[in-house]
Design a protein. Structure first.
Length: 532
């Protein structure tokens, strides 16, 4: 039995997925919330938000993600970063998942990955949970009702949390599995209720497909000046570095908070919503994002709330530090209607430095920008991945290694070529620690970060006096209005300067050792930075 609007020539049965119970196609938000409540998947919160918990998985499971090693992709996948699954194992996994699904109800959303009609991907999401359907309806782009009549999916994602994989039988690592088959245009997700796996699976697809079209896929947020899409800024960074917070500047127009493409036409959001961390979220510091947590349909994931009043506790991380809310982009008042921007005028690379060594902002040459882009230095923030309980210094190439099917140099070369063609000023911004490493220092003041970014984006920072950083060679401003001079020189913020020097030398050495893996694939100017 089917319910809802769907292309009559392209049902799940037409795709060979048969024997299911009810199939609910393209339900809108009220119907999905009604279904989720009826099925006991969560609770109705204040303002009509939907409150859920995801069980033992409160973050992504990157070690359980596999790419099927078919002939079509064997020479183009970065296998060191993407564990292979044999095609025969995938076929068994798919057959067993379909058998598990028989007789059960499922929810389908037909959606677009990408705001630019010239480059978007038509994706069908099949979910066991109604609230997962609500989540992905927020996070991807929603077709009009008329567009659904002709919708034909290019890729299909099936998410079945109650299906538990068998490592011996299915060629995976555990009961949890995320398997991408580019040849069969199919992604299977099992054994996890964490909703972020849905959106990141589509991001991984776009990261593989778009480079062949000359489009740079980016793990970044983006905004532009009011009435001036040409003045676009993009913010690279892993979860927890401030992409969502810093791009949601009320004085600028938000294009998107997490995933974008850079084509010859400009910048475009992959998504139709935001997936924001809510730990320590306050109405004073981030009023727009805070307001979404009590709006109709917002998914509140893994937050503690009062049983009687349903009031959310933004400081209680007893379930996870990775508590989040998912909401449509239009819930942010300054969001772009089109989710399109121009070619980036400023490129900001956000890093959360747990060593307390990097300055709050530094200006990069094009070669330095490629070096730091390929390095992708940051600290994993507690809760973002399973097992991470406190910040861990890490290198995640292109600021998104878990989502990169191709080798890093593919993305690095695309970035270099686009900077050269369109011109952009590149900045490295540290939102991590100052005055000491994690455990002794303190987090970089958000007001200082905002002031420095404002100066970079309005062009005034370019006129500041700069010094050459002794450790990394990039330019660091000496004085910026509204920011304490002391903060601009990390060494001076440490009580013991000798200890800082030791820590800085350690970080420089970590950069050099990490970058050695790319030296055979890069230009001489970038290699010169790597060897000092």
């Amino acid at each position: 039995m089917t319910n809802g609007r769907v292309n009559p020539a392209c049902s799940l049965e037409d795709q060979g997925i048969t024997g299911l119970g009810n199939v609910f196609y393209n339900y809108m938000e009220p119907a999905l919330i009604e279904a989720a409540l009826k099925r006991g998947e969560g609770h109705l919160g204040n303002g009509g938000a939907f409150l859920v918990e995801t069980g033992k998985h409160t973050g992504r499971s990157p070690k359980d993600k596999f790419v099927v090693k078919t002939r079509a992709v064997v020479d183009s996948i970065w296998w060191e970063n993407n564990p292979p699954m044999e095609p025969e194992k995938f076929d068994v996994l798919y057959a067993d998942m379909l058998e598990h699904m028989k007789g059960k109800d499922y929810f389908v959303q037909d959606l677009f990955g990408g705001a630019d009609p010239a480059h978007r991907l038509d994706v069908r999401m099949v979910t066991e949970l109604a609230w997962h359907n609500l989540f992905i309806r927020h996070l991807l782009r929603r077709p009009t009702r008329d567009e659904l009549d002709d919708f034909t999916p290019e890729f299909t994602v099936i998410n079945c949390p109650t299906f538990l994989a068998d490592p011996a039988k299915h060629g995976c690592r555990s009961e949890t599995v995320i398997a991408l088959n580019f040849e069969k245009k199919l992604i299977l997700i099992g054994g996890t209720e964490y909703a972020g796996e849905n959106k990141k699976s589509v991001f991984s697809l776009l990261n593989y497909i778009l480079p062949e079209e000359g489009i740079m896929p980016m793990h970044c947020s983006a905004n532009h000046a009011p009435g001036n899409p040409v003045d676009t800024a993009i913010f690279f960074g892993l979860s927890g570095t401030g992409k969502t917070t810093l791009s949601a500047d009320p004085s600028r127009v938000l294009i998107g908070d997490d995933e974008h493409g850079w084509s010859d036409r400009g910048t475009f959001n992959f998504e139709g919503g935001c997936y924001a961390k809510t730990i320590d979220l306050s109405a004073e510091a981030e009023p727009e994002i805070h307001a979404t947590t009590h709006k109709f349909g917002t998914v509140i994931e893994n937050m503690v709330w009062d049983e009687e009043t349903k009031v959310l506790d933004f400081n209680d991380d007893s379930l996870t530090a990775n508590m989040r809310c998912a909401y449509p982009l239009e819930y942010i008042s300054n969001a772009s209607d089109t989710a399109l921007g121009g070619h980036p005028k400023n490129i900001i690379m956000l890093t959360c430095d747990a060593f307390g060594v990097l300055p709050p902002i530094a200006r990069l040459t094009p070669a330095q920008a490629m070096y730091h882009f390929l390095s992708g230095f940051t600290s994993k923030v507690a809760g973002t991945e399973k097992g991470v309980t406190e910040p861990e210094p890490t290198f995640s190439t292109c600021f998104g290694a878990p989502f990169m099917p191709r080798r890093p140099e593919v993305y690095g070369n695309l970035l270099r070529d686009k900077i050269a063609k369109h011109g952009a000023t590149c900045w490295l911004v540290n939102t991590g620690w100052t005055g000491g490493a994690y455990g002794t220092g303190s987090r970089m003041p958000i007001r200082a970060t905002r002031a420095l970014l404002s100066a970079a984006l309005d062009g005034s920072l370019a006129d500041a006096e700069f010094r050459k950083d002794a450790n990394f060679g990039f330019d660091v401003p000496v004085k910026v209005e509204g920011v304490a001079d002391l903060l601009l020189d990390p060494r001076r913020t440490w009580e013991d300067h000798d200890v800082y020097d030791v820590q800085a030398a350690k970080l420089v050495d970590m950069f050099a050792k990490n970058f050695s893996q790319y030296e055979a694939h890069i230009d001489d100017d970038v290699r010169a930075i790597a060897i000092g």
